[in-house]
Design a protein around this ligand. Structure first.
Ligand code: SF4
Length: 182
């Protein structure tokens, strides 16, 4: 990873995923200021959006970083895709990474990355390509960090401090199916 000392905007998908990423970013870029950004219009239902927002606030308070919350909530885009359509996640990454790159550019940040890169369940190659595209579009540095080695450590820490840990990715199409007969 390149030497980087600028101000970093960290897109945060939820509290548990942010814990290890904040530690890792501090270790990689000790001179950088880190600010979180909750920008997740995909989360369904709205109560879940608020629950993840709350867990993000708790995690950022615990790790002592400021965090900004974007109120955007847009379900139609996700409802337009079927469960099986792989283009849905590409769209989802684009929406959230564009919000992040645009916010970073507008508010004087030097670089951005996302806690989505801690998850072994996300498509890392696709996310990286989207981030690089948004970095070029907005003229800002994308900091590529593979946080996956710390996934379990972060989840363990979330358990220890009592953070809410969700069971599904986030959008309406990723909701777990109700069990038969219930
Ligand atoms: S499964 Fe996850 S990444 Fe894919 S569209 Fe839904 S919320 Fe976004």
């Amino acid at each position: 990873m390149e030497h980087f000392t600028g101000k970093i905007l960290l897109h945060i998908c939820c509290g548990p995923c942010s814990l290890y990423c904040i530690d890792d970013l501090r270790a990689r870029f000790p001179e950088s200021e880190i600010v979180g950004l909750y920008a997740n219009p995909n989360i369904h239902p709205y109560e879940e959006f608020l629950r993840r927002k709350e867990s993000t606030q708790m995690a950022c308070t615990y790790k002592n970083i400021p965090v900004v919350f974007l109120p955007d909530y847009d379900q139609e885009k996700w409802e337009a895709y079927t469960e099986e359509d792989p283009a849905r996640c590409a769209m989802c990454y684009r929406v959230r990474m564009e919000m992040t790159a645009a916010y970073a550019k507008e508010h004087g940040f030097d670089g951005f990355t996302s806690t989505l890169f801690v998850s072994p369940y996300q498509n890392h190659e696709l996310m990286e390509a989207v981030c690089r595209e948004m970095a070029a579009k907005y003229g800002i540095t994308y900091l590529h960090c593979d946080f996956r080695p710390g996934f379990r450590k972060g989840q363990q820490e979330a358990r220890e401090i009592g953070l809410y840990r969700q069971k599904y990715c986030g959008c309406i199409r990723s909701l777990p199916k109700p069990k038969e007969g219930k």
